[in-house]
Design a protein around this ligand. Structure first.
Ligand code: FEO
Length: 396
């Protein structure tokens, strides 16, 4: 196993999880796997920044053991309680009984409720410093980015930011740095991560970036706790975060639907054609079979959303209902939307979809489009015109 030295005397001691396909329960599909990044800083005092997910504890301990005896660790800095970063804490803490754990007050409480251990713990706050020798680490609390306990650690001597989940990606790779991987897939994974985890927290993201900019903290490298390390172009991910957090969008439409016998699907395709013929980019997802995490990623930079469902038992179908539940939590701003769907004898899906759209806070541009049973030629033309009309509003 080669040692990975990211800066002189600072080592990546994490683990790559090539095979994980679902994260946070089943709320996030990790088609490209992920990594759990932990970092070891060698100085007069030795600090470990975060750990890894529990099943990878031994891999982290082996990486650390190639560099130092784990018992030499003086500090374990816990930027975040969530188990993908603290899961290996009990195993490493056993090997370095003299090490003190540092984190926010919420981190202290959260770790206690996870592990019920009696580690020596120091609570740190924004601006607190930790002298290691040549280096002095500084802490910056980042509550709700994305848990109450979240914190960033900064090393001014190396202009290195260790922001835990922020700026991460669920992206397993043999390269550890941004300049070693395909840029397109990297940015897709970064966008997917932002859309599915941080989007509802956008106002806090913007405030935190402004706080860092005001403090004039120079950043040469960002080493998050998932995915690659930004060493070539850290500004690229900061600028992307600013754009996503500001809800900047393209004239693009995402159509999400679920169809019982294919009528709502035929409507979705005719509507899409009306939008495409007006020159807009369209993405279509049948939510009963498509990857929801990918669909949410496509919504991140799209101005328009069209949501469709056949009516079943006077309401929407179950997969689209699950999607709407997730979607409402994202709180997108500056978006236009409308609903459509087929029905047999009594409708009901549209009412539920529109209620979900209102709860999500998007602007409903036009009355929903409902068609009974299978759409005939004229009704398909209505779908096409509805798509055209929606495209015009999105363009405007
Ligand atoms: Fe919030 Fe990567 O855990």
């Amino acid at each position: 196993m080669e040692k990975v030295e990211i800066i002189k005397d600072i080592f990546w001691v994490g683990a790559v999880d090539w095979n994980v396909r679902n994260f946070h329960g089943h709320t996030y599909s990790t088609n490209r796997g992920t990594s759990y990044n932990a970092y070891l800083i060698l100085d007069k005092k030795i600090a470990l920044i975060d750990t890894v997910y529990g099943p990878f504890a031994q891999e982290m301990i082996e990486r650390i053991s190639q560099i130092i005896a784990p018992g030499e660790i003086d500090y374990i800095i816990s930027n975040h309680v969530e188990t993908d970063h603290s899961g290996a804490l009990p195993a490493i803490a056993k090997l370095c009984p003299k090490a003190k754990v540092l984190g926010t007050q919420k981190c202290k409480e959260g770790l206690h409720k996870h592990y019920y251990a009696d580690w020596e713990f120091s609570v740190v706050k924004t601006g607190d410093k930790l002298e290691l020798g040549k280096r002095t680490l500084t802490f910056l609390e980042a509550p709700m980015l994305h848990w109450p306990d979240s914190m960033f650690t900064y090393c001014p001597e190396d202009q290195l930011l260790l922001p835990n989940d922020a700026f991460g990606q669920h992206y397993a790779s043999s390269g550890r740095f941004d300049d070693e991987v395909d840029q397109c897939s990297l940015m897709q994974e970064a966008a997917k991560y932002y859309a599915n985890i941080l989007w509802p927290l956008s106002s806090l993201v913007l405030r935190k970036i402004e706080e860092v900019e005001k403090a004039k903290i120079p950043i040469k490298m960002i080493a998050p706790s998932h995915g690659i390390i930004w060493r070539k172009d850290p500004a690229k991910i900061i600028n992307a975060y600013v754009s996503w957090a500001k809800n900047e969008v393209k004239p693009k439409v995402v159509i999400i639907y679920e169809s019982m016998w294919g009528s709502t699907e035929r409507m979705a395709k005719a509507i899409a054609q009306g939008i495409i013929d007006n020159g807009l980019e369209v993405r279509i997802f049948d939510v009963a079979v498509a990857d929801r995490t990918e669909a949410i990623k496509e919504m991140l930079d799209s101005k328009g959303y069209l949501i469709g469902s056949s009516t079943h038992d006077n309401g929407m179908l179950p997969a689209i209902a699950g999607f709407m539940q997730f979607f409402k939590g994202l709180k997108p701003k500056n978006r236009l939307a409308s609903a459509f769907g087929s029905y047999g004898w009594a409708g009901g899906a549209l009412k539920e979809l529109e209620s979900g759209l209102r709860e999500a806070g998007v602007e409903i541009t036009q009355p929903g489009l409902a068609i009974q049973y299978l759409p005939d030629k004229d009704e398909l033309q209505r779908c096409y015109d509805y798509g055209k009309d929606f495209a015009k509003r999105v363009k405007a």
